[in-house]
Design a protein around this ligand. Sequence first.
Ligand code: FES
Length: 171
Amino acid sequence: MSTCCAPPSTAARRFARVTEILARHRHDPAALVPILQEVQEVYRYLPEEVMAYIATDLGLPPARVFGVATFYAHFALAPKGRFVIKLCDGTACHVKESQPILDALRQRLGLSERKTTTDDQLFTVETVSCLGACGLAPVMLVNDDVHGQMTPQSALQLVESLIAKHAKETP
Ligand code: FES
């Protein structure tokens, strides 16, 4: 019987995609930020157990990994929806009535200031400060797509089209 290769540990099998990312970065602790970015693309957030696994693999204290994850606003520590809607509430957008858009989205999706992700994890609705596209106010981002001159009606239409798109893609 061959003894050449130890079987991967349970954690390595469980976090196979994370293991791949760590290997691609040669398990280099200096690459922590890009590693976390890639891992977040896999899970859409950074689960605590995955951060602990990364810390062990890189030989870093878990507090260091958690510290980096909480320092950068870009990292999410709780699950987000498949469609992340970021509605701008900067001055230009606020003046052009972003609040009624936010109210309409929250009402349609059963969300609030405290509950930002739908139970089916299809949508997350957040507010952000100026997105740098004030000429298009009021502006919202859906994942990486910019949508300008929104109204409550156009925002709701967009939500319906995303729901239809998701339904089509889900067997
Ligand atoms: S204030 Fe909304 S894009 Fe600048």
